[in-house]
Design a protein around this ligand. Structure first.
Ligand SMILES: [Zn+2]
Length: 250
C-alpha cells in the first residue's frame, strides 16, 4: 500500500467511524426511551397506590362516622330516659341517682361529639387529598401518553436513520482492506473511537505523547499504525511534516 492509498484508506476508516459513532449514539438513545417511560410509569403507579390508600382511609372514616352517629343517638335516648326519671323521681335519693346518670351520659355524649368532629376533619382532608392527587394523576397520565406517542415517532425516525447509515456503511466496507477492517473492528469492540489522529505527536485517543520511534514510523510507514498506549489506530495530521514526508517519499 503506497502513501496515497494509505491516506484514502484512513479517510474511509474515519468515515466508517463517523457512521459507527452515529449508530452507537442512536442505539444509546433508543435504549434510553423505555427507561424514561418506565420511570414516569412508576411515578404514576406510586401515585395511584397513594390514592387507593387515601380511599381506604376515607371509607374507614365513613364507617367510624356512622358508628358514632348510632352511638350518639343511643346516648341521646338514654339521656331522655334519665331526664324522664329525674322528672318522675319521688325523693331526693332517686333524683340524685337520675342526675348522676344524666351527668355520666352527657360526658360520654360530649366525648362522642368531639370524636365526630375529628372524624369529619379526617373525611374533609382525605377528600381534598384524593382530589389533588387525582388531578396530578390525570396530568401525569396524559403526559405519559404524549411522551409515549412522541417516543414512538422518535424511535421510528431513528430506526430509519439506522437503515440509511447501514446502507452507507455497507457501501463503504467495499473500499476498505480486510485486514485493516478487522483491526478497526477488533479495537472498536473495546473503544467506540478506534481510529484517531495524532496531533503534534499526541494520540488524540488517550492524549499520550507517542514515543519518537512510533511517531517516526507513523510518518513514514505505508501501513496503519497503532498507539502503543491505547492501541487505537493512529495517523498523522501534522500537515507540514506529512507533506515533507510525502515529498521525501517521491
Ligand atoms: Zn493512544
Amino acid at each position: 500500500m503506497d502513501v496515497d492509498s494509505l491516506k484514502s484508506e484512513i479517510q474511509h476508516l474515519e468515515k466508517l467511524q463517523e457512521i459507527d459513532l452515529e449508530i452507537f449514539e442512536i442505539d444509546k438513545k433508543l435504549r434510553e426511551i423505555p427507561d424514561i417511560l418506565s420511570a414516569l410509569k412508576n411515578k404514576i403507579e406510586e401515585l395511584h397506590e397513594q390514592i387507593e390508600q387515601d380511599k381506604t382511609t376515607y371509607k374507614e372514616a365513613e364507617r367510624w362516622q356512622k358508628e358514632h352517629e348510632r352511638a350518639i343517638e343511643m346516648q341521646k335516648d338514654l339521656l331522655a330516659k334519665s331526664k324522664a326519671k329525674l322528672a318522675g323521681s319521688r325523693n331526693e335519693r332517686e333524683a340524685n341517682a337520675a342526675q348522676r346518670e344524666i351527668d355520666t351520659i352527657k360526658r360520654a355524649l360530649n366525648e362522642r361529639e368531639e370524636e365526630a368532629i375529628h372524624i369529619m376533619e379526617v373525611i374533609e382532608q382525605t377528600t381534598e387529598s384524593i382530589r389533588q392527587k387525582d388531578e396530578r394523576y390525570q396530568a401525569l397520565q396524559s403526559e405519559f401518553e404524549g411522551m409515549e406517542q412522541e417516543s414512538r415517532k422518535k424511535a421510528s425516525g431513528m430506526e430509519d436513520s439506522k437503515v440509511r447509515l447501514g446502507d452507507e456503511r455497507k457501501q463503504l466496507l467495499k473500499t476498505i482492506n480486510h485486514r485493516n477492517l478487522d483491526l478497526y473492528e477488533k479495537i472498536r469492540m473495546r473503544k467506540p473511537r478506534a481510529i484517531v489522529p495524532a496531533i503534534k505527536g499526541i494520540c488524540q485517543g488517550c492524549h499520550m505523547m507517542l514515543p519518537p520511534q512510533t511517531y517516526n514510523i507513523l510518518l513514514r510507514s505505508d501501513r496503519l499504525s497503532q498507539c502503543p498506549n491505547c492501541h487505537r489506530i493512529v495517523y498523522c495530521t501534522d500537515k507540514e511534516i506529512c507533506s515533507m514526508d510525502g515529498s521525501g517519499a517521491k
